[in-house]
Design a binder for this molecule. Structure first.
Ligand SMILES: Nc1ncnc2c1ncn2[C@@H]1O[C@H](COP(=O)(O)OP(=O)(O)O)[C@@H](O)[C@H]1O
Ligand SMILES: [Mg+2]
Length: 269
């Protein structure tokens, strides 16, 4: 197993030095090996998105180090990191540009982090490659390359966002509740597609989800965040044996009983 991502003693607070100081990540440590598919759970406001923002470079860290392979990530600007890190957000319109066509959106994703000056132009070679990648989705989008993305459904846009985020085979894929705004059926479809894509690319992935069933079912590892730390890290046979009630019980134990059990976001399957 080779280590891919290492987060060491990272601290991240908002409103530092004020009475509103909010220490979100506290001496935070996490190591991901190449090929890990990790689900991340934890109650609302616990710092899951902040963790991803610190990895992707949307936020700087106060102290600590984030490394990707032998590169010190937290010294790089976000746009440089975008070459190595793909990201999909909860809102389907965040990952794609509504007025541009599927092909144009993919061209932008293809050139992310480059200074080619070609923007969204698409030659025959790229078109063929995009078509082939779209076929993988099984949604018929390969025949709609020149359709503006605003005509796609939320599920289709999320599927396209996933494809775009992985087009350049990033070292790391970050998914932030990327199925949360979809209806249950579509959410299931996008989750299955995610799993297929991650397997095909052997894509190292960190996936935040509020859906405990998904967290249990997908990936090789599950971590729980609470009060700025990883309080549970489950993989292998232990993860295979997880059920939603077991997970709830584990939360209670790991968080010393002070887990907000009324938090529906954590507890609904
Ligand atoms: N840009 C920001 N400025 C101030 N506070 C923030 C900012 N981003 C996040 N926070 C705060 O950090 C905490 C963790 O937020 P977040 O990482 O979004 O939680 P989660 O994704 O686990 O629901 C919350 O208290 C939130 O209000
Ligand atoms: Mg969040």
């Amino acid at each position: 197993m080779t280590m891919l991502l290492s987060i060491e003693n990272v601290n991240k607070a908002f409103g530092r030095g004020t009475i509103h100081e909010n220490r979100v990540l506290r001496d935070f440590n996490l190591v991901l090996n190449t090929g890990d598919f990790v689900s991340v759970i934890g109650s609302n406001g616990t710092g899951k998105t902040t963790l991803m923002n610190c990895i992707a470079g949307s936020y700087g860290v106060d102290t600590g180090e984030i490394r990707l392979g032998d590169m010190v990530l937290n010294k790089q600007p976000a746009r440089r990191r975008a070459k190595y890190i793909g990201r999909v957000f909860q809102n389907p319109s965040t990952g794609t540009a509504s007025d541009l066509t599927i092909a144009e959106n993919m061209a932008i994703a293809w050139r992310r982090g480059e200074r080619s000056g070609l923007g969204r132009s698409v030659d025959a070679g790229l078109r063929a490659m995009f078509k082939e990648r779209l076929e993988f989705l099984g949604l018929g989008l390969e025949d709609r390359l020149d359709v503006p993305v605003r005509y796609l459904s939320g599920g289709q846009r999320q599927a396209l966002s996933l494809l775009m985020a992985t087009l350049r085979r990033p070292k790391l894929l970050l998914l932030d509740e990327h199925t949360a705004s979809l209806d249950p059926n579509t959410s299931l479809q996008v989750m299955e597609l995610t799993d297929r894509l991650v397997r095909e690319y052997r894509q190292t992935t960190l996936m935040i989800t509020h859906n405990m069933q998904n967290a249990i079912q997908y990936g090789n590892r599950l971590i729980m965040l609470h009060e700025g730390h990883v309080v549970a890290d489950v993989s292998g046979a232990e993860k295979e044996g997880l059920t939603v009630p077991l997970l709830v019980e584990m939360f209670r134990r790991q968080a010393n009983g002070d887990l907000p059990l009324s938090d529906k976001v954590v507890l609904t399957a």
